[in-house]
Ligand binder design. Structure first.
Ligand code: NDP
Ligand code: OXD
Length: 309
């Protein structure tokens, strides 16, 4: 069984090391060194270059090197009937929780403002808000969102979550579907987006949604840039409907130099660094799925092509 690895951003070496230390016999190849292409069963990739699928006549499975798979669906050459697998990595969920906690806590305690005061030599008490008064809402209660929501409750924030299907999570007010979106937004002072990008969620962070948040709400998007209607976000910030936003993901990455987000005083930008899957932490699940593929057993963490995630 041969695995072909491709990434334009990650080195193959940690992946090779993590997989081969556990399965020394694994045939691990790195694009564009395909060898005998007909031997390749599994493509392990983020955004394979155009034409890749045509070169792999006996491909049996496509494995995303991350949690999101929208980048694969965006490929017009994606074979229509091959299983798509994604990584569900507890280490990546911890990393995402660390990122969201850093943003939420920093914003909650006004660290940017305090640093500005320090630069001005100013000793002044900004208005105080208790954690119990800062209502956080997490859109998406999947592998990442559920971990983030749980972690936030440990700080004492009142936390709610919104998902497609109804859920029960201890200590979290759970809302589901379009019918409950309004109630979820109305009680949310800090909104964290951890939705997958699908036809249903494309452009969901738009003017109409911002208007349903309490005035002065804060938005954190660590999911995908296409969730945000950029002009609507800027308009909501300029009108004071939103007080600020932290964005980790963008419609075009790297964010073009001329994009107004770079210079907006109420926007904080991070360059798609919120979390990364760890090869060491996911190697066992990849090898388990390769074994399942060999034995014809059901595959784990398979994407529902109908739902798009
Ligand atoms: P999951 O598939 O585990 O969870 C997705 C969640 O979103 C589920 O709770 C699902 O609901 C919910 N959802 C999907 N569609 C809708 C909808 N139409 N309405 C309401 N809720 C919906 O995904 P992950 O948690 O693993 O990852 C989420 C996303 O985070 C990824 O797709 C990726 O885009 C992004 N990401 C960003 C990273 C970064 O560094 N910035 C790193 C990793 C991921 P239900 O539970 O009912 O299915
Ligand atoms: C992912 C990502 O989806 O890094 O894993 O964005």
């Amino acid at each position: 069984m041969a695995v072909l690895f491709y990434s334009s951003v990650m080195s193959p070496e940690p992946w090779r090391a993590a997989l081969l230390s556990r399965a020394p016999g694994l045939d691990f190849r790195v694009y564009p060194e395909l060898g005998r292409a007909e031997e390749i069963d599994c493509l392990l990739a983020w955004r394979p270059p155009p034409g890749t699928f045509k070169q792999l006549p006996n491909l049996r499975v496509i494995y995303a090197t991350g949690a999101g798979v929208d980048q694969l669906f965006a490929d017009p050459e994606l074979p229509p009937d091959l299983p798509i697998l994604r990584l569900v990595d507890p280490a990546q969920s911890d990393e995402m929780a660390a990122y969201v906690m850093a943003v939420v806590l920093g914003r909650h305690r006004g660290l940017d403002l305090l640093r500005e005061q320090q630069r001005a030599g100013l000793w002044s008490f900004p208005p105080y808000r208790y954690v119990t008064e800062q209502r956080v809402g997490v859109m998406g209660l999947g592998a990442l969102g559920a971990t983030v929501a749980r972690r936030l409750t440990l700080c004492g924030f009142p936390v709610a979550g919104w998902s497609r299907r109804p859920k029960t999570l201890a200590g979290i007010a759970c809302f589901a579907g379009e019918a409950e979106l309004g109630a979820f937004l109305a009680r949310t002072d800090m909104l964290v987006c951890l939705l997958p990008l699908t036809p249903e969620t494309d452009g969901i962070l738009n003017a109409a949604l911002f208007a349903r948040l309490p005035r002065g709400a804060y938005v954190v998007n660590a999911a995908r840039g296409q969730h945000v209607i950029d002009a609507d976000l800027i308009a909501a910030l300029d009108a004071g409907q939103l007080s600020g936003a932290t964005l980790d993901v963008f419609r075009i990455e790297p964010l073009p130099a001329e994009h107004p987000f770079w210079r907006h005083p109420a926007i904080a930008i991070t360059p798609h660094v919120a979390s990364l899957a760890s090869p060491e932490s996911v190697a066992d699940q990849i090898l388990d799925n390769l074994r399942r593929l060999r034995e014809g057993a059901p595959l784990l963490n398979q994407v529902d092509r109908q739902a798009g995630y």
